[in-house]
Design a protein around this ligand. Structure first.
Ligand SMILES: [Zn+2]
Length: 109
């Protein structure tokens, strides 16, 4: 659990609290979404931390977009692994959002 001390232990998205689970070892995460994944049923996000806090934030925001897709019934943000044809756009949105939050010191790192 490297550098997880600056990352949130839980994340509230639209009133739903997700437990955050951090992994140094990328092999623990599985192949479908290698840098992170979300279980909307268990309300957990699993995030790889091996590439530093900034990258972890990008992954957290990627999974947050999936949470928003699930809670808001927004099919374009759905979480279904690589079957979601919008994954490139979701990645771009997560990268841009993380950049804005990090550049403006709106998140801890
Ligand atoms: Zn995804």
């Amino acid at each position: 659990m490297k550098k997880a001390n600056t990352l949130p232990e839980a994340l509230n998205v639209m009133g739903i609290t997700y437990r955050m689970v951090y992994h140094d070892n990328i092999a623990e995460l599985g192949a479908d979404e290698p840098f992170g994944w979300i279980s909307t049923k268990k309300r957990e996000m699993h995030i790889w931390t091996g590439n530093g806090v900034n990258f972890a934030w990008t992954t957290i925001l990627h999974e947050t977009l999936h949470a928003i897709g699930d809670l808001g019934r927004l099919a374009i943000l759905e979480c279904d692994g690589d079957k979601n044809r919008n994954h490139a756009e979701i990645d771009a949105l997560a990268t841009i959002l993380a950049d804005v939050l990090l550049r403006n010191d709106l998140v801890k790192r």
